[in-house]
Structure formats: structure tokens, C-alpha cells
Design a protein around this ligand. Structure first.
Ligand code: DGP
Length: 118
């Protein structure tokens, strides 16, 4: 069982923000912003590649509500999902990072020159 599946079953403790029958939100152990919440489906999907569209639709509503719950809905926030090797995904259970509580800068993505891809 993966580490986030163990968080869902409470085998590994976490600082919960919200949950319903299908999704779970908890504070990241290594926060990169004043608010840094991880949002996961309780069912295991390796990454965003694998989640069915209808489940993603329900997850979107849950994520919107979590942003309200932690008080960053009006001020703004960022949602990131790292996918696979080039996405630098460490935990292979789909998760979205919800970041906010400060003005976030844009960067830290790659040393590559974007012109390389044009
Ligand atoms: P990613 O690189 O997108 O796979 O990020 C994984 C995130 O998961 C990273 O920000 C740290 C967080 N994390 C890893 N293990 C744990 C844990 O046991 N508890 C909590 N709360 N967060 C964890």
C-alpha cells in the first residue's frame, strides 16, 4: 500500500483539512507556502494521467471547497499536480498541491530555454 493510501486509512497520521467519502485533504509535511494542502482521491490512481474525467469533476468541486475552507478562495491560490518523472512526482498517488496565503512567484520550473521548444 502506498504512503498516501496509508494516510487515507489513518495508518500514517496526517493533519486533516477536509474529507468526504471520495477525497481527502491534509497539510503537506514540507510546506512551500503559508498554506500548502495536499488533496487526494481516496481511491488509488498513480497520477493525473489515470483519473477518469467524471471522478476529476467531483474532485474539482472538492478542491474548490477546500480552498474556501482554508480561507484563500478570495485572495487566490495555485493548484499543481506533478506527473511522472519530468514532472518531478515523488509520491505515486495522484495529489494536487493547493498553495496560497501569500503572493506566489512564478518560476522554479526548468533551466531549459522555452525557445528550445518553438
Ligand atoms: P510530489 O513531488 O508532487 O510527489 O510531492 C509529494 C509531497 O508529499 C511533498 O510536498 C511532501 C509530501 N509528503 C510526502 N510524504 C508525506 C507524509 O507522510 N505526510 C504529509 N503530510 N506529506 C507528505
Amino acid at each position: 500500500m502506498c504512503i498516501f493510501c496509508k494516510i487515507v486509512t489513518k495508518e500514517i497520521p496526517s493533519n486533516m483539512v477536509a474529507e468526504n467519502e471520495s477525497f481527502y485533504a491534509f497539510h503537506d509535511i514540507n510546506p512551500k507556502a503559508p498554506v500548502h494542502v495536499l488533496i487526494i482521491p481516496k481511491a488509488h490512481y498513480d497520477s493525473f494521467r489515470d483519473i477518469p474525467g467524471d471522478v476529476m469533476g467531483k474532485m474539482t468541486t472538492f478542491m474548490q471547497n477546500v480552498a474556501k475552507e482554508v480561507g484563500i478562495d478570495e485572495s487566490g491560490y495555485r493548484i499543481i499536480s506533478n506527473i511522472g518523472d519530468d514532472g518531478a512526482q515523488e509520491v505515486k498517488h495522484l495529489h494536487f498541491h493547493l498553495l496560497g496565503g501569500t503572493h506566489l512567484h512564478w518560476g522554479h520550473f526548468s533551466d531549459a530555454n522555452s525557445k528550445d521548444f518553438l
